[in-house]
Write a protein that binds this ligand. Structure first.
Ligand code: NDP
Length: 293
């Protein structure tokens, strides 16, 4: 069997076009654009690229996007003051504080300080709690998990009663993906570093989501024939074809897994592009919900 590719780049374009249309309608109705404020502390190279892309993406769909660049030695008090100011600003619909934060700042405290209805990352305990009690409709749901669900939907495979295995239990990917799959009536298993016989657990999966951060951990013979495989991992490794260069690989050994899976996401070009598209979607949802309050 050769798997069908679930093309995240194409799907992300569709989502962005839908958001753009939604933004136009919002502007026509409310006389202002939805606003996304992104905060970065320090100059971590990956975070600099991610935050710049988020601001750019917001502007491209007609939102007001603003990047707040704070020095690496910004105090927790000053960061919390900025968050409070953004919480109170009526032109701000979405607030995202880029993680990781420098070690002198308590990231959990900052996450809790963001008003839940402006928490477009969906990491605030109120949003995580709403998701956990089955009220995703009232929550802002984390972006990468939303992207995973859109890719699974693209496969057309029904989730009710399906066996779903998520490898990874982080608060930003593994756990929210599990909640979303459960909400769709899949039978869900969450695996992690202490799971016994991980290959056997994965072989049970009609839908397998790998969010581990270990290059090509999931091998071809771990995949149930015909399964939907969603690879969240982004790992930079040495490229044996180009000595001295690196390349990106996922948490799934793509070439092997493609021989067994029915559907599979590539890395890059799978889950990654959907994360920013879903951030834009969350910002529009937050803006609409706020005017309804
Ligand atoms: P974390 O490091 O927070 O979590 C990794 C999880 O994998 C943990 O639950 C850990 O288990 C589990 N794990 C680690 N090693 C193994 C192993 N050998 N066997 C089974 N489970 C294992 O990572 P994130 O959830 O933040 O990210 C996961 C991956 O997804 C990373 O590659 C990251 O770069 C990528 N990512 C991609 C995004 C995108 O936009 N495409 C967005 C966010 C993340 P335990 O809890 O027991 O330690």
């Amino acid at each position: 069997m050769t798997a069908r590719i679930l093309n995240g780049k194409e799907l992300a374009e569709t989502v962005r076009a839908e958001v753009k249309a939604g933004v136009s309608a919002f502007v026509a109705l409310r006389g202002r654009a939805p606003g996304l404020d992104v905060v970065i502390v320090g100059e971590d190279p990956a975070s600099v690229v991610y935050t710049r892309n988020k601001e750019k993406a917001a502007l491209e769909v007609g939102m007001r996007g603003k990047l707040h660049k704070l020095a690496g030695d910004t105090t927790e008090v000053d960061l919390l003051a900025l968050v409070a100011q953004l919480n109170a600003d009526p032109h701000v619909d979405g607030i995202l504080v880029q993680l990781p934060l420098p070690s002198h700042i308590d990231a959990e405290k900052v996450t809790r300080a963001i008003a839940p209805h402006k928490d477009v990352d969906g990491f605030h305990p109120t949003n995580a709690g709403l998701l956990a009690i089955g009220r995703a409709d009232k929550a802002l749901v984390p972006c990468t998990p939303r992207g995973c669900m859109k890719l699974i939907a693209l496969s057309g495979v029904p989730l009710a009663g399906a066996r779903a295995v998520i490898v990874g239990r982080s608060n930003i990917v593994g756990k929210p993906v599990a909640q979303l799959l459960l909400a769709q009536s899949a039978t869900v298993t969450i695996a992690h570093s202490r799971t016994r016989d991980l290959p056997a657990v994965c072989r049970e999966a009609d839908v397998l989501v790998a969010a581990v951060g270990r290059p090509e951990l999931v091998r071809g013979d771990w995949i149930k024939p015909g399964a939907v495989v969603i690879d969240v991992g982004i790992n930079r490794v040495d490229d044996p074809q180009n000595p001295g260069k690196t390349r990106l690989v996922g948490d799934v050994a793509f070439a092997e897994a493609s021989q067994h899976a029915g559907f599979i996401t590539p890395v890059p070009g799978g889950v990654g592009p959907l994360t920013i598209a879903c951030l834009l979607e969350n910002t529009l949802l937050a803006a609409r919900a706020r005017v309804e309050i």
